[in-house]
Design a protein. Sequence first.
Length: 609
Amino acid sequence: MTDPQDPKVAPSRGSVADEKLRRAELAGLDILDTGPEERFDRIARLAALIFDTPTALISFIDHDRQWFKARIGFNLCETSRDEAFCRYTLAYAQVFVIEDASIDPRFRDNPLVVGYPYIRFYAGRAIRGPTGQPVGSLCVIGHNPRGFDDRSREILRELALWVEAELARGVEEPGRLARTSHEGGRLVATADAGETIYEHIDRLLGVAAKANHRLAILHMRVDNLPEFKLVHDAGRARRFIGRWLNNLRNRNSDLIYIDRLSETAFIGVIDYCGSADAARRRCDALRAQAVQETRFDNIHFVFNTTAGMSLFPDHASSAAELVNKARLAHSTRRWGDRTALFTPSIALRSQRHSLLQERFETALLDGSLYFHWQPIFGNAGRTLVGFELLARWYDAQLGAVSPNEFIPLIDRQERLRRALVMNAIETAVAQLAHWQQHHDDPPDVAINIPGSEFYREDFPDLVASVLRRHDVSGAHLVFELTERSLIPSFAATAETMQRLRQIGIRMAIDDFGSGYSSIAYLTELPISSVKIDKSVVQQIDRAAQHYRLMQSIVDLAHGQNLPTVAEGVETRAQLELVTEMHCEYTQGFFLGYPQPLAQADALVAQQAS
Ligand code: C2E
Ligand code: CA
Ligand code: CA
């Protein structure tokens, strides 16, 4: 065998087959990108102490990088494999020593020699996995040339065998930090096997309470994780996420814990000093790092994260409560906001939300949830053309609850959402049946449909069955959809729309111009009209630019042969302006409030006579 101690010997990667075996052994250890563990840190610390070197490392050699499980006096979490001194160590049965790297032709130009960490002296011993494959190394590094006698070589060998023994013992659960203690101002706690996230955080809380430390609990969600997992297989995705978490751990010594809570949510614990605002700044900074591009395993990806946080001891003293409060705060954040900090008012709001969700079910049954009908008029001749059905809720205990409050809540619960939609459709179709019998030209009825209904296979069939039961055609039904409730899958949405059109139902885009508008909705979906949001309409008599905006939306729709409805017209001036713009229809308080069915019915009778 060639002796790598000879400066003329180049490192060998071994044959392809050898390298495959080696990598398989490494993969089996499942150690790459796991968190630091005290049992390995201790060996590295000891090595640095014994040999009096500034740096000691336990590294593993992956396909194209060397990654450090333990690193004393060293800032990088990994280096490229090509730069690694350990390439030589790996292929060598004995301790590999470079007394002065600056005069060894193989190393003198190495970036780790000419730049940080300015290696001069190196001594390393290979670490072998359970079947004897060399997977990594234990090494000590110094800035000055020096020798390494036989006794030192023997000690380094013993320490490396200790690392091997630890490896053979199995990997501790990744992501957990060292044994419960309070070392040098930094709180740490290692996982006990089988311990849950909550149990672990509870132990951290115990340590923090004793040491008088304050902790911030971060509930962070990766919003685009589902998309990431669509593209990459489970194993790679897991490793990539492991790497991402490790980057966060390695760069933030005050992030004393971070782990995955669910499919897309992560819990972090930050040891902080100072005010709540200081804690929030730390959480924001951490999130700023979390959204930096991660590169690993030939994948480049940027995770989008949002987060909420709660504080120990201010907000609660148990992990379950703190996590729950951080999650609650998170759920109140708006897009683009900073990390949302828990406040008592968030708790009150959440109590009200739970109460509303609870009571909504009964409201559907006992009639305290009902509909108002707001008339829609043609601008030419002021004729009644239809109504929009608007949900109303008067609760005996809570009083009137605005749809702006309860609709977003029940939209999150499939069962409630569907119950309301079907209730609205039933109400509209039953009334259309009545009008059909008594009038030659019954008005249209428009219903608000949450976009999520459009992804349910059976939705068009359910609608068709209601129509059949009442013997009503779909020709007088309009389904209103907001863009924000539709996922950007035009194909899926368009298919449902086509099926609904086959039974005569028309679709309208609602709230157009309210901030989510995209022209693609007008050109790519089979819709029949555009409802222009009141935020646009109500400004047209105030400033020229709003007038022009409204006019261009009307023109845009007309360009696609789509008539427009001006929503929220409250004054005569607004009505005149929308008419002047050739907007076809108007819905607004100026011409008619949302009203009980009896009044709507009277309006229809009056129009007919
Ligand atoms: P939307 O679909 O845009 O409904 C029009 C809203 O504008 C209604 O508010 C209506 O009362 C209001 N409005 C109409 N004309 C005027 C006006 O001249 N001035 C002003 N200031 N407002 C006017 P409402 O009834 O409070 O409903 C709010 C939202 O709640 C609706 O907005 C809709 O998104 C949702 N919603 C209401 N009922 C239902 C329902 O049965 N199902 C679903 N999924 N959503 C509903
Ligand atoms: Ca609407
Ligand atoms: Ca609207």
